[in-house]
Design a protein around this ligand. Structure first.
Ligand code: CIZ
Length: 298
């Protein structure tokens, strides 16, 4: 009775896995994607139970989009150190300092921070959403590297916060140079959470969804991948005739690896740990997410 498929059927659950999840979790998931894909899937599914294989802010996002449904995060230790760098009180202080600016929250933030923000973005839609805002001044939280990337890609004045994703921020310029030397002809793509110096050396800066499409569509047979190692497993699986190299050993997120098959079985059996958002935060946080979805889909 501890069989995952049995419990999944019994709960009529859907299993969503982020692109950074371990291979065995990617293999058993119903759907895989970046946080935008998974948010859209969560918003559209009618499954009464969603098992979110990712980190806490992602499960919270799903819980905001499907109020009343059970969103399970198999291991509550799966947090995001980038999301933890900014609090709701920090956002209120920033607003007081820059009253004309729109507050744009990266999806990697808590629901409490989203509730203080005007709109959310993911790596897949950040440029599009920020460009479409009427405000000329933008407060972007919490990833400074992504904020600088947005400043370079739009005509906006972007006020950044001093947060970063350790895995992406630790990638070094000399690692890109080495990859170019060792894999001449490979297409080098990096995530916008890497430093601007590293981004400047790459062929393309894009989120994981963009990397998946590039791997399908580009003529090159070899790619260097500058994002968390979990994506490389997906790219290899979907493109068995192409070669993929991880840009740096630093690209490994420990909290993404807390999900295990047995943790999923326990979560389905116990309907816990369940992620819920307090009502005083949920309404305002949902508005910031809905605005993102309108600007992305519209
Ligand atoms: O948007 C996401 O899911 C994150 C955090 C990274 C990416 O590019 O997929």
């Amino acid at each position: 009775m501890d069989d995952l498929q049995t419990w999944k059927a019994r709960r009529r659950a859907v299993i969503l896995a982020h692109n950074y999840q371990p291979p065995e979790i990617q293999d058993l998931a119903d759907h895989q994607g970046d946080s935008l894909d998974l948010s859209l899937l969560a918003a559209r599914t009618d499954a009464p139970v969603i098992v979110f294989c990712g980190v806490h802010f992602m499960a919270e996002t799903a819980a905001l989009l499907v109020p009343g449904r059970a969103v399970l995060l198999p291991d509550l230790r799966a947090g995001c150190s980038l999301a933890d760098t900014v609090t709701a009180a920090d956002v209120r202080s920033l607003r007081a300092m820059h009253p004309r600016a729109a507050v744009v929250a990266y999806i990697n933030t808590s629901a409490a921070v989203k509730a203080e923000s005007d709109v959310c973005v993911t790596s897949a839609n950040a440029l599009r959403v920020v460009s479409s805002l009427p405000e000329e001044e933008i407060i972007f939280i919490p990833d400074r590297n992504l904020g600088q990337y947005l400043a370079g890609g739009t005509a906006k004045q972007v006020i950044t916060w001093d947060g970063n994703c350790r895995a992406h921020n630790e990638v070094r310029v000399d690692e890109v140079r080495t990859a170019r030397r060792e894999h001449p002809g490979a297409f080098i793509m990096v995530h916008p959470e890497v430093s601007p110096e590293v981004a400047a050396q790459a062929d393309l800066v894009t989120g994981t969804g963009g990397m998946v499409r590039q791997a399908w569509q580009r003529p090159e047979c070899e790619f260097v991948v500058g994002t968390e190692a979990g994506l490389v497993y997906r790219l290899r699986k979907e493109n068995p005739d192409k070669r993929f190299h991880l840009l740096s050993p630093s690209l490994w997120c420990p909290t993404m690896k807390y999900t295990t098959p047995s943790g999923i079985v326990s979560a389905l059996r116990d309907l816990a740990p369940r992620v819920e958002v307090p009502p005083e935060v949920a309404g305002r946080a949902r508005q910031a997410l809905d605005r993102m979805l309108e600007l992305t889909e519209g």
